[in-house]
Design a protein around this ligand. Sequence first.
Ligand code: NDP
Length: 253
Amino acid sequence: MTKIFEGKVVLMTGGSRGLGAATAEAFARQGADVAITYAASAEKAEAVVEALKAKGVRAIAIKSDQADLSSARPLIDKVIAEFGKLDILVNNAGIATQGQLVDDPNLDDEKYNRQWQVNVLGSIANTRAAAPRLSDGGRIIFIGSLLGSYVPFKGVADYAGTKAALIGYAKGIARDLGPRNITVNVLQPGAMPTDMNKDVAGELPPLDAFLDLHPIRRFATLEEVAEAVCFLAGPHAGYITGETINMAGGLGI
Ligand code: NDP
């Protein structure tokens, strides 16, 4: 395989599991040095790092809970101290808090507010810390969700809102960073087979009914979503910026 990311440094937030781990591996397979973050899963993060190093690249795991906005600058400092630069930021880390309706008098404000903190403010803090230090010609990719644009069931307003917020923010910083040839895009996957999906499975419609809404009647594989992230991060996507790309098997068309 051509190692199109040789010499590039990637920061993948939330790389200990799920899509982040799969995408970190896809970048490493194509030659990138990769830093991953995690909040709690130290052992899983270290296992991912070992798998990345086995592909012949440099890799580190950094514990950095992005609910704490003050963690952003030290995170970027560590990546640059380790690898000397940063070329590609993938804002992947996120949580899903779903199931309660907005008129539920017992809505768990604290839990739902934390979701805004992690998914939106944490991603923004990381981006602000990274932007001045990102290489010219670099890439910023936000992992949104199809729910940021299309909401086919109840109980997901806050999650959908967090993902929709990323769209406007990404367009804004695409304008700001365009003069440096840095592209900024949002990739919006549909359902993927990860822990997050299992965690919220009880809040979704029955699986068959949900799949029936998809022209391509299945979940995405992590590998195909990871490759789409790599495409947006790669040399052939230098003229795609400010875009929101759905990857949801046609759900919502
Ligand atoms: P997982 O729950 O499988 O993994 C989440 C990752 O994010 C873990 O590495 C986790 O670290 C990290 N993380 C969670 N909270 C924090 C935090 N406060 N600070 C730093 N890292 C944190 O999620 P997925 O892989 O499914 O999701 C990845 C992205 O894709 C998310 O943005 C999600 O919203 C989005 N998405 C997911 C879909 C799905 O069906 N799964 C569908 C559409 C979008 P740790 O292991 O330490 O907890």
